[in-house]
Unconditional design. Structure first.
Length: 260
């Protein structure tokens, strides 16, 4: 037993919606016979709190207490058995490189004290004074984390009452002024229609639009043919969401120039 951070559930507030069980990459949360969220096992909970963003009733919180340590290897096996190999690759604190998967389902642990911190949803405070005197290309306009569509929660508070930019992965590298010309004062989601497993993308974007007040929606894609798939995904998501919002399409050439 160690003192660490772990999820705590207020049963009186839990309404059994099950959203937390879906978003937990480690499969730590399940619904019991009373349709209340519970921890399947403490060793499955990494204490990162990805589930906090999706709970509509505030039934979940992170507490620090004596608990069994998070076990990434056992958690990997748990997710592998119940959700399959693709889902297991998203378990925090493991190395799923090919050389560590030769024994099928036996990844190497690479656990930090609190699991993988890279997927924690958080806003980034920007200090305008700190950017004074810096070149334009040196001033970041990124104001939230995470940004990859697989990782973001459609219920994250920073998506509400904002302008949204959905950008193909390559656009930020091609357009030197990406932060100033496209990202400034917007929240960001990135995706690649060619390389990503896009199953569920339409539904997730639709949830973002349905559950938040989004003032404007911009889609940035490259001129390469496969990139148009992202614009198509967003169009379908807007239709599915039932919201009336216009999509502004920005197309960037591989030479770094805005085509439209």
């Amino acid at each position: 037993m160690v003192k660490r951070k772990i999820i705590e559930i207020d049963r009186d507030k839990c309404d059994g919606c099950g959203l937390c069980t879906d978003v937990c990459a480690e499969g730590a949360l399940v619904l019991d016979e009373e349709n209340k969220a519970v921890l399947a096992k403490e060793i499955y909970c990494d204490g990162m709190g990805a589930c906090l963003d999706v709970c509509p009733t505030g039934a979940l919180k992170i507490v620090e207490k004596e608990s069994e340590e998070y076990d990434p290897k056992t958690t990997y096996q748990h997710v592998l058995k119940n959700r399959g190999e693709e889902a297991a690759e998203h378990v925090h604190g493991i190395d799923t490189k090919e050389d560590s998967k030769k024994g099928r389902g036996q990844p190497e642990a690479c656990l930090t004290p609190m699991g993988c911190p890279g997927s924690v949803a958080r806003e980034i405070d920007r200090n305008p004074a700190a950017s004074a005197g810096r070149s334009v290309s040196g001033a970041s306009e990124l104001s939230q984390w995470p940004i990859q569509l697989h990782l973001v929660s459609p219920y994250a508070p920073y998506f509400n009452e904002t302008d949204l930019l959905i950008a193909a992965d390559c656009t930020a590298f091609a357009l030197g002024s990406f932060h100033q010309d496209l990202l400034k004062e917007k929240k960001l989601v990135i995706a690649c229609p060619k390389l990503d497993e896009t199953t569920g993308y339409v539904e997730k974007i639709a949830e973002i639009l349905k559950n938040n007040t989004v003032y404007s929606l911009t889609v940035a894609i490259m001129t390469v043919p496969c990139c148009s798939g992202l614009y198509s995904i967003v169009q379908k998501a807007v239709e599915l969401s039932g919201t009336k919002i216009n999509i502004k399409k920005v197309v960037i050439g591989i030479d770094g120039q805005m085509v439209s």
